[in-house]
Design a protein. Structure first.
Length: 304
């Protein structure tokens, strides 16, 4: 009997404030979509770091014939200088930081250049003589780039030392800032959702203040009186969170997996399984927001 009464009260409340309930659903949907997007973006960054940082190399570019660097004042790097650089990299104090060293000739660098830029009109004007020979160094720990850099930087025959990880860090910095932006928008929208849920419950409570007063007079407990209002907010917020999960799932499935995954396949992308990992937290966040909003509002508006 009590359950039937609570369900009927919920139905009445949802019908009376239908437009406000729809607004709560939509605002919750938008805000949790931003929250989920921020979480998925952080997961995407994590996947890319795990995959790319294991592949990064330190490139020690050797002097070509016409370099303006001070370390290249003697012209193109000599065989003796190459050996001195290799010996420095294979020194006992540096060797533990290095997994592998291999030498790339100008001809090999030119072939790689042609593969990457074969569609560019200016690539045809480049010759092997324009390329740098280099040592490519695979580190045991990409975080220890500075150790290797200090050993070879400033040596005669070395034009520049480049850490690929720095290039990735710039990309990850942009993505991290995008995550912060999405998180900031999500916070604003969550505040709007809380205010809207609070307003909806307040209107529902005011419209039924006479009924709640009678219920209290006949001995109904506070929880019994407040439960229908709390469930109204929770239902609306839960529907919004489920819509957000559905939107994120469709976005990942069709935009990420089907579109980006087929056109740019060398990046490890988030998948729909990652969406399902985030989904319980979004639903729980929606219910928690509704519960907090309800308790704050009902403590005032369900009193006689």
């Amino acid at each position: 009997m009590r359950l039937q009464f609570i369900l009927s009260e919920i139905g009445i409340g949802l019908r009376r404030n239908l437009s406000m309930t729809i607004s709560v659903i939509l605002v919750t949907f938008v805000s949790l979509t931003f929250v989920g997007s921020a979480a998925l973006l952080q997961m995407q960054i994590g996947k890319m770091k795990d995959d790319w940082y294991d592949k990064v190399e330190v490139s020690v570019f050797l002097c070509p014939a016409n370099s303006s660097e001070k370390t290249c004042a003697g012209g193109e790097v000599t065989d003796e200088q190459k050996q001195e650089i290799r010996d420095a990299l294979e020194a006992p104090e540096v060797k533990p930081y290095i997994e592998k060293i291999y030498f790339e000739t100008k001809e090999q660098a030119f072939k790689s250049f042609q593969r990457q830029f074969k569609d560019q009109f200016w690539a045809s004007a480049t010759t092997p003589a324009d390329m740098n020979s280099s040592f490519r160094i695979k580190l045991t720990d990409p975080e220890q780039y500075q150790v290797v850099s200090e050993v070879v930087s400033g040596r005669q025959g070395v034009e520049a030392v480049e850490d690929q990880r720095r290039l990735f860090d710039r990309l990850f910095l942009v993505l991290d800032r995008a995550t912060l932006l999405a998180g900031g928008l999500a916070a604003v929208m969550l505040v709007a959702a809380v205010l809207l849920i609070t307003t909806t419950i307040r209107l529902s409570a005011l419209s039924r203040r006479r009924e709640t007063g009678i219920m209290r007079l006949v001995g109904a407990s506070t929880m019994f009186i407040q439960l229908p209002f709390m469930l109204e907010g929770a239902i609306a917020a839960t529907i919004g969170s489920l819509l957000a999960v559905g939107g994120l799932w469709l976005g990942v499935e069709y935009l990420i997996t089907d579109w980006l995954g087929t056109s740019v396949g060398w990046i490890p992308y988030v998948s729909t399984s990652d969406v399902m990992t985030v989904a319980p937290f979004l639903v729980a966040a929606a219910i928690l927001l509704a519960a907090i909003s309800s308790l704050v509002t009902l403590s005032r508006y369900t009193k006689v």
